[in-house]
Write a protein that binds this ligand. Structure first.
Ligand SMILES: [Zn+2]
Length: 400
């Protein structure tokens, strides 16, 4: 057995030396144990399970890990070299034997999964394996899980399923019991900052700041580092939160948050919808923008998809806000408990210190609970405005 951190056992001839920094695992940062597990399974001595469940918090790199694993299985050198055509096409999502399903909608449709099951039945066209990756496997209904179940139970010998989800509990027990589970850790701010510097060319100081604010969420860190005003908006929200003193202020703040989240979601959803509609009409040979009656039903379907996507995005944006609020309150608590740990929200250190001095740990703990409750409500079916209003009112009353 290979110890984590050492290089792969010698692969087939031509494999050469494996350099983790240039191979397909280079961008899977802060996940030494998981990477070792994948590489062992992919090595000639390893036993390769045919259904994998890759879990880890959002932004920990689940889908990056799945692609790297798929590339290792398809690699012409058997090592995940990152250089051969197979490795490069898998990472670019253009390998003919690797299918990746991602969704920004609320759920993955049963028809979509049925099509995947058909794909999974086929033998690979070029590589040694057929790989099907489902990025948001938690967004399937129980009935959709049933469609998947049979194929996961008895896949053709060369097929490998890789499901990604926040936690194993997000999947039906019948599915997860048939998968080998690999759990990713929350990567540390240091490794995320290093990744932003190396992969995205972000300047050192900005990379460190963005990584700290994102608290181990790689995609969010990149957004903070590259999207103008994103870090400033986060700071603003933190200041507003700690400055709430009356229910009236809380109601206004909640409305403005939900408005901003809706606008951000709508802008993104509209852009995607326009692009999808144009692509669809072009592929149907329509170039004057007029939708012929025969295609109306399909166009309407695209528009409905866009609406569902927008709903999902509003919740995602608000959830991000709630995670930020949680980190601000945790900073307050850490000061109240007298720990010497560095604040996540250094930019609002003054407000954090003041809030800590004026309140008590018990109150702050209650507020942290309330944030968790608001997140649960929004991911359930409570209208986001109600959930945020309730939370901010409670913050205002507690900090008064
Ligand atoms: Zn390769």
């Amino acid at each position: 057995m290979t110890a984590p951190g050492t290089h792969l056992p010698a692969g087939p001839p031509g494999g050469g030396h494996f350099d983790p920094a240039s191979g397909v695992w280079a961008d899977v940062v802060g996940q030494e144990a998981a990477v070792a597990q994948f590489r062992r399974a992919a090595s000639p001595e390893g036993s390769l399970a045919q259904a994998w469940l890759i879990t880890g918090p959002p932004g920990s790199g689940r889908s990056t890990a799945a692609r790297a694993f798929a590339a290792t299985l398809e690699c012409e050198n058997g090592t995940g070299c990152g250089q051969c055509r197979a490795c490069r096409t898998v990472l670019a999502d253009t390998h003919p034997d690797v299918t990746v399903v991602a969704t920004d909608k609320l759920s993955i449709a049963k028809e979509e999964v049925r099509a995947l099951v058909m794909t999974a039945q086929r033998s690979p066209a070029t590589g040694p394996r057929r790989v099907v990756i489902i990025e948001d496997a938690d967004r399937m209904s129980a009935r959709t899980f049933n469609v998947l179940l049979k194929s996961i139970e008895e896949p053709p010998p060369s097929t490998v399923w890789m499901l990604c989800a926040p936690s194993a509990e997000d999947l039906a027990p019948t599915i997860r019991s048939r998968c080998r589970v690999v759990t990713l850790a929350v990567p540390s701010s240091d490794v995320v900052a290093e990744l932003l510097r190396r992969r995205d060319g972000v300047a050192e100081q900005l990379a460190v700041r963005a990584a700290r604010a994102a608290q181990g969420h790689i995609g969010l860190a990149l957004r903070y580092a590259t999207q103008e005003g994103a870090l400033a908006a986060r700071e603003d929200s933190a200041r507003t939160l700690l400055g709430l003193r009356s229910t009236g202020e809380a109601v206004l703040a909640a409305q403005s948050l939900v408005d901003r989240a809706t606008a951000e979601a709508k802008e993104h959803a509209d852009a995607v919808a326009t692009e999808e509609k144009e692509r669809f009409l072009r592929s149907a040979g329509v170039d004057d923008g007029k939708v012929p009656p025969a295609l109306r039903a399909q166009v309407r379907q695209l528009e409905e998809d866009a609406k569902r996507r927008q709903t999902r995005l509003v919740r995602d944006v608000l959830d991000r806000y709630l995670l930020d609020a949680h980190s601000v309150l945790r900073d307050v608590l850490s000061r109240q408990l007298g720990t010497s740990s560095e604040l996540v929200n250094i930019e609002v250190a003054e407000e954090v210190e003041r809030t800590a001095a004026n309140g008590s740990g018990t109150i702050t703990l209650g507020l942290l609970d309330a944030v968790g409750q608001a997140r649960a409500r929004i991911s359930g079916n409570v209208p986001p405005l109600l959930a945020i209003e309730a939370l901010l009112s409670r913050v205002a009353v507690s900090l008064r």
